[in-house]
Design a protein around this ligand. Structure first.
Ligand code: NAD
Length: 513
């Protein structure tokens, strides 16, 4: 279907071409350590992948540790050059890789290609960064003394990623880690291992061409058990974990118990505020893309729409005009805007949340069906739902990873809307649509949005890689990607050098011996 076998061939994802540095073979029969991967688009088997054992894991860590000895000595701009070559290879493989992302994860092809573009963009960013890993120079209080800070490579970085951005999240971490002089071990989601194998092949081609050890970028396929090994492993100074808040609480505690560093990128419960001063034509595009794009399976998906009383009916009617016409179908089909959910469990989560919110007093306005028939053979296609609800409902307080948009009414001034926006446990992305300067600034002030991302006249989803990405509260507090997020991948050292003939003590302390 859709030439998927050709795509796998093009990407070198073949049973006779085992993923490097994992010691694993795959593509054969499923055994007790293997899983069969089905496409959520048509339910067909793509391949069987063998999962790693604890012994495999140990071998991968050793390979990574050995590679670190070499890699940390390569000058940072030269490490940047390797990342540049990875970016170029990703450009070359963009089309087949984007299609495989789409077919294995279920997002539409445009978004699959967009995900690969994001990988290319972070490579470009990291190349520039490789010449800008600066620290500060400070003035010493002591004469003829120099003081500065510098950043050194940290070591082995563990990367646990979620199914919904099966490759981009890895690149945000791995490309920064690489220019910082770290080596990485990637444990992708057990739901989307094939794209990870494909990416590993691309990266290994570059390492081979440059005669670098394969352990600079490592891949380990497995489920939560392998993730737990990474979290507990003292040989892994930093664990970057993307996924549900439930997972983050477990990983965060295990890493903290050994005083390691954790970078947590967890669930969101993102809202757009529409004030009476909103440009509604602009806002509608942002709301619909944010709520139904990737079938509601982005961490930044718009889940709550907080609408001023005076425009509530108009907004509701406009959405009711758009929702029933959304093209739902095979993600690789031209024109599709909404693909399937990842699996049956996600569908159950969707229908359960809709039943529960109605029990709590919510009104289902449209959508909420599970589609059947020849065009929808997997039972994973649903119609995006619009629900009139109140912010305090327990269903609204949770992140349901599916296309449900809650319409929430507010009256009075923008502070009332901000209180609703902040009135959840998660703190990832937030947005306001207004042409009123006071409202916009109130939203961005210290008393405004409490999220890691706060946008004006832009929706909640679709962040650029140049900014630091992440969120507060139960979203975990981590920051990845742009700005100065690189600092977490390095260890900081303060150096003071005395080039005088004296030994003055700081704080003017007298200590004559
Ligand atoms: P998940 O939590 O089920 O799994 C994520 C990853 O964690 C997988 O690789 C899984 O194997 C691993 N894992 C699970 N339990 C673990 C444990 N106890 N120890 C170690 N590893 C463990 O999440 P998912 O369903 O794949 O992804 C959806 C979730 O991810 C949503 O909540 C979404 O908001 C979140 N997400 C957040 C961001 C962000 O940047 N903030 C980005 C993408 C997705």
């Amino acid at each position: 279907p859709h030439g998927i076998q050709t795509i796998l061939q093009e990407l070198g994802v073949r049973a006779d071409n085992p993923a490097y540095s994992t010691g694993l073979t795959w593509g054969g029969e499923a055994n007790e350590k293997a899983r069969t991967i089905h496409s959520p688009a048509d339910g067909k088997v793509i391949a069987a992948v063998r999962f790693a054992t604890a012994e495999d894991y140990d071998q991968v860590v050793k390979t990574a540790q050995a590679a670190f000895q070499t890699w940390r000595l390569v000058p940072a701009p030269k490490r940047g050059d390797i990342v540049r070559q990875i970016g170029n290879k990703l450009r070359q493989y963009k089309e087949p890789l984007g299609k495989l992302v789409s077919y294995e994860m279920g997002k539409i092809m445009q978004e699959g290609l967009g995900e690969v573009q994001e990988m290319i963009d972070i490579c470009d960013f990291a190349v520039g960064l490789s010449r800008q890993l600066h620290g500060f120079t400070m003035h010493s209080e002591r004469a003829a003394h120099r003081m500065y800070d510098q950043y050194h490579p940290l070591g082995v970085v563990g990367i646990i990623s979620a199914f919904n951005f099966p490759v981009a999240v890895w690149s945000w971490n791995a490309m920064l880690a690489a220019v910082c002089g770290d080596v990485s071990i990637w444990k992708p989601s057990e739901k989307t291992p094939l794209v990870a194998v494909a990416v590993q092949h691309i990266v290994q081609e570059v390492l081979k061409e440059n005669e670098l050890p394969e352990g600079v970028f490592n891949l380990i396929i497995g489920d939560a058990e392998i993730g737990q090994l990474l979290a507990a492993d003292g040989r892994v100074p930093l664990v970057s974990a993307t996924g549900s808040t439930r997972m983050g609480k477990q990983v965060g505690q295990v890493v903290a118990a050994r005083l390691g560093k954790a970078l947590l990128e967890l669930g969101g419960n993102n809202a757009i505020i529409l004030t009476e001063h909103a440009d509604l034509d602009m806002a509608m595009r942002a709301v619909v893309f944010g709520a139904v794009g990737t079938a509601g399976q982005r961490c930044t998906t718009t889940r709550r729409l907080i609408i001023h009383d005076s425009i509530f009916e108009e907004v509701k009617q406009r959405l009711l005009g758009i929702y029933p016409k959304l093209p739902i179908g095979h993600p690789l089909q031209d024109g599709t805007l909404v693909g399937p959910l990842i699996d049956q469990q996600a569908v159950e989560g969707f229908t359960k949340a809709l039943a529960q919110v109605q029990q709590e007093g919510g009104t289902l306005l449209t959508g909420g069906e599970v589609l059947t028939g020849d065009a929808y053979p997997t039972g994973t296609y649903v119609t995006p739902a619009l629900v009139e609800a109140e912010n305090h409902y327990s269903t609204v307080q949770e992140e349901t990873f599916a296309p449900i948009l809650y319409l929430i009414r507010y009256s009075g001034d923008v502070e009332a809307a901000i209180a609703l926006q902040n009135g959840v446990r998660q703190g990832l992305s937030s947005s306001i649509f207004t042409l009123n300067m006071r409202e916009a600034e109130a939203f961005l002030a210290a008393t405004g949005s409490d999220c890691g991302i706060a946008n004006v006249n832009i929706g909640t989803s679709g962040a650029e890689i140049g900014g630091a990405f992440g969120g507060e509260k139960e979203t975990g507090g981590g920051r990845e990607s742009g700005s100065d997020a690189w600092k977490v991948y390095m260890r900081r050292q303060t150096n003071t050098i005395n080039y005088s003939r004296e030994l003055p003590l700081a704080q003017g302390i007298k200590f004559d011996v």
